[in-house]
Design a protein around this ligand. Structure first.
Ligand code: ASP
Length: 360
């Protein structure tokens, strides 16, 4: 399989400029990221919906905050935002109309982790994951147990389904969607979802999540990933976000990595762990992300490939090395990630494996 690789560097630009990069900025994007020229922390990076989160996390780091406290507080902005339809309050529900959240945290200095999955009725899933890390001998608590744990720790309960998320879900339900996640046995032809394949490029699907990674001036790392997961998923479905090694991984001596996008593909490849290991072996953060995407592309089953044999889904990785270098790569072109380098917050173009049809 041939991989179209480009935009190997990064594009530093203002948020506004990154939305519509000029030719000059795009040329800048092709410049390799010089490791030696980059200062150490504090640095915070996040998925593209994380400009406010990296700003908040940086404020806290500057005030001497622990890096995990900083990122958990940063992503709270998304968890509270009903307009971020993929995280916390206002997140897309499962196929029964119930919002179920997944989140993980990992703290570099102690190498401890915490996570919750299929958590209902509590919006700050990353904070609950942090509490699992701090106040239990476990790493992952799911479903009803996660809700009871959050309740015991005084997290407020509420209905997380906003009117607009309910209306979107109802439309999906009423049109008797052809894009649910049930598949017939292999012996029977798929008549609904994925029957639109083969086509060219990724299928639009309601993914969204925030991953946020921080490095302090002292060289300590932490990260979190928080999400309502795949909209209209089967009840109880758990994605990659709360799985340590898949949706998030931190090794304080090497770097941190996290993901957004099709969780199933990441779960089958443990990519955040892989990215950190690739950085340990000398790859730059961006090249490690691209390598993980190639691994996934090679492992993708035929049902999920477009007519050119490429994965027909979106997936993005973010990585921050202990020396302050950072990078991101997406399966398909057009992605950005948020960076705060201590000066300002900006969106930076992600590298990519494949060019979206119609993307210049
Ligand atoms: N990775 C998340 C999941 O599969 C979804 C997303 O990032 O949009 O649950």
């Amino acid at each position: 399989m041939s991989h179209e690789m480009s935009r190997r560097g990064f594009l530093g630009a203002t948020v506004a400029a990154a939305a519509a990069p000029s030719a000059d900025l795009m040329r800048l994007a092709n410049a390799a990221q010089p490791a030696a020229a980059l200062a150490k922390g504090p640095i915070v990076i996040a998925s593209a919906n994380g400009v406010a989160a990296v700003t908040r996390a940086m404020e806290l780091l500057r005030g001497g905050s622990d890096p995990l406290d900083a990122v958990v507080e940063g992503v709270r902005i998304n968890e509270d935002d009903p307009k971020d339809g993929s995280v916390g309050f206002g997140g897309g529900p499962n196929e029964d109309g119930e919002v179920e959240l997944d989140a993980s945290v990992m703290h570099g200095p102690t190498h401890k982790a915490g996570a919750v999955a299929a958590l209902r009725r509590v919006r700050h899933a990353a904070s609950v994951a942090q509490r699992v890390m701090q106040r239990t001998d476990h790493v992952l608590i799911v479903g009803e147990g996660a809700l009871r744990f959050a309740r015991a720790h005084g997290f407020p309960e509420e209905n997380l389904l906003t009117e607009s998320a309910r209306e979107a879900w109802l439309r999906w339900k009423e049109t008797h969607s052809d894009d649910d996640d049930w598949l017939p046995p292999a012996s029977q032809p798929a008549t609904r979802q994925h029957s639109r394949l083969p086509r060219e490029g990724p299928i639009e699907r309601d993914y969204g999540t925030i991953n946020c990674l921080a490095l302090t001036a002292a060289g300590d790392l932490a990260g979190t990933t928080t999400t309502s997961g795949l909209a209209n998923k089967i009840a109880g479905r758990v994605g990659d976000s709360p799985i340590i090694g898949a949706g998030l991984y931190v090794d304080n001596g090497v770097g941190a990595a996290g993901s957004t996008g099709r969780g199933e593909a990441n779960l089958q490849n443990c990519s955040s762990f892989l990215i950190v290991e690739l950085m340990r072996n000398g790859k730059s953060p961006q090249d490690a992300c691209l390598e993980a995407l190639k691994r996934i592309a090679d492992h993708t089953e035929p049902r999920l490939r477009d007519r050119n044999g490429r994965p027909a889904f979106g997936l993005a990785f973010y990585a921050l090395a202990r020396d302050g270098r950072h990078g991101s790569a997406t399966m398909w072109s057009g992605g950005n990630y948020a960076v705060h380098d201590g000066t300002d917050a900006k969106l930076v173009a992600s590298a990519y494996l494949y060019k979206q049809p119609g993307n210049s």
